[in-house]
Design a binder for this molecule. Structure first.
Ligand SMILES: *Cc1c(COP(=O)(O)O)cnc(C)c1O
Length: 464
């Protein structure tokens, strides 16, 4: 086997491509891609040789195979979320149930009645597919699905309050991660925000004083990712609805997360349901599909039929509409809600949120020695932790959970070693995402269900 220790001993691109071991790569993935990879591999090898390294010519074929694997790897990939945040916006929020994935695949594969009325044999309405279930589950007269909740708020305000005023409590002028700021959305929707009350206290009479002939609607925003505590007062939905309706104005509630069921029945903190908001007098309620609801990314607007019809007629509705895969997944997830007794089994989000901490701890205890074998320089222990719901759902509250804690007790400043270790886990065939905090790398196991896959995936760790 020839040793390559000088640039002139490197093969040409052609020779590397004509190597008998390269042929299957070209057969499987095509010459253009393999040629591009061969150039990269030879350029890297040339730099290494110039830096004084040497290797065998067979290494080049091995490197080429790895380079092709890298080039074929999708940019958007599945990861294992062990951050302890169940609905992690950066990690794609809710995981879909198998039934929804199958529904999406079925619709993706061919033509569908997306906008076709099978009974009448003519053009239909894409919003029809989820509307009936949404009406049933929320008690709303009508419902509309758009791209996400930010779009729902934008469309609602633009349709009902263009060039008009919208009073909102100062305590509810929220920013959600990723640059969703209520005042900015209002400006882009073309309406004028009228700030009402103070940060900690807003009264009904503040709203009454803020109403003018230019007022289009009253708005309430669910402060989903923080809580103002202490000497506070916000006007309730029911009180605000009374004030709005006395002036013939609609009340719009941006519920953010928006549960469809009573979460307390599942041992979780109370989260206002869409039905409660409508019963309290909200004329429209907007909420996300991929937060506590556990479905695909979507924004849902539920409420009065005449207002929903106005929203549908807005040309902006076309730009914000959901695609057929979203609608397929959403309909399928909503159908699970019609059997609420089984929801904690059938819906991954609820299954993970309600998972018993003792069961998670047992899983951690089984996995700790296995992870320890792969991470010899670190100490692996099992710790009770607090996991988060995430995505602004259920503020403040956290869930009892359990985690693997990886530390380097003998190192005074382990920060760099821990970041390196976290990086190694992120480079596994299925990247594993943990959290570095308090001189440890934490893997919260609340969202880990496939134990065998996790263990198998660890084989990608060289002993660290
Ligand atoms: C999350 C949230 C939004 C944005 O919803 P997306 O579905 O992420 O667009 C808007 N308002 C509130 C109150 C929220 O919690």
């Amino acid at each position: 086997m020839p040793i390559i220790d000088a640039p002139n001993k490197l093969p040409s691109v052609d020779r590397l491509l004509n190597d008998p071991e390269t042929a299957p790569l070209i057969h499987d993935h095509g010459a253009p891609l393999v040629t591009r990879c061969a150039r990269n591999v030879l350029a890297a090898a040339r730099e290494q040789v110039l830096a004084g390294k040497s290797f065998e010519s067979r290494d080049l074929v091995v490197n080429l195979r790895e380079e092709v694997t890298r080039a074929l790897r999708p940019s958007l990939r599945r990861v294992i979320n062990l951050t302890g945040t169940v609905l992690h916006t950066n990690l794609g929020r809710a995981a879909l149930p198998d039934s929804a994935i199958e529904a999406m695949a079925e619709i993706a594969r061919g033509a569908s009645n997306l906008e076709f009325d099978l009974g009448a044999g003519k053009r239909g309405d894409r919003h029809q597919h989820a509307a009936a279930l949404l009406r049933e589950l929320t008690g709303a007269e009508s419902a509309l699905v758009v791209n996400n909740n930010a779009a729902a708020v934008l469309l609602t305000l633009n349709s009902l309050a263009l060039r008009k005023e919208v009073p909102v409590s100062r305590g509810e002028l929220i920013e959600i991660g990723g640059a969703f700021r209520m005042p900015d959305i209002m400006a882009r929707a073309g309406c004028k925000l009228v700030e009402v009350g103070t940060t900690n206290r807003t009264h009904g009479k503040d709203f009454e004083a803020a109403i003018s002939p230019k007022t289009a609607l009253l708005m309430k925003v669910h402060t989903s990712n923080y809580e103002i505590q202490g000497f506070t007062r916000q006007v309730t939905e029911a009180e605000l609805a009374g004030i709005a309706h006395a002036q013939d104005l609609p009340l719009v509630t941006d519920l953010g997360s928006g549960s469809l069921i009573d979460l307390e029945a599942h041992g979780l903190p109370h989260e206002p349901t869409v039905r409660e908001m409508l019963d309290a007098g909200a004329d429209l309620v907007t909420f996300s599909g991929d937060k506590i609801l556990g479905g695909p990314q979507a924004g849902i607007i539920a409420g009065r039929r005449d207002l929903i019809e106005k929203l549908k007629r807005n040309p902006m509705a076309r730009a914000l509409r959901p695609d057929k895969l979203t609608l397929a997944a959403l309909e399928s997830v909503l159908r699970l809600y019609t059997d609420p007794a089984r929801l904690a089994d059938t819906l991954p989000t609820l299954r993970w949120l309600t998972r018993d901490a003792t069961e998670i701890e047992q899983l951690a205890t089984r996995l700790a020695p296995i992870v320890q074998r792969h991470c010899e320089r670190f100490e692996v222990s099992v710790e009770r932790t607090r996991a988060q719901v995430g995505s602004g759902a259920l503020p403040i509250d956290s869930l009892d959970s359990a985690a693997l804690k990886l530390t380097r007790p003998e190192v005074r400043r382990p920060g760099k070693a821990l970041q390196e270790l976290a990086r190694t886990f992120r480079q596994l065939p299925i990247p594993v995402i943990g959290r570095v905090a308090d001189d440890a790398l934490w893997f919260d196991l609340r969202c880990l269900e496939d134990e065998a896959e996790f263990i198998d995936n660890l084989r990608g760790l060289a002993s660290t």
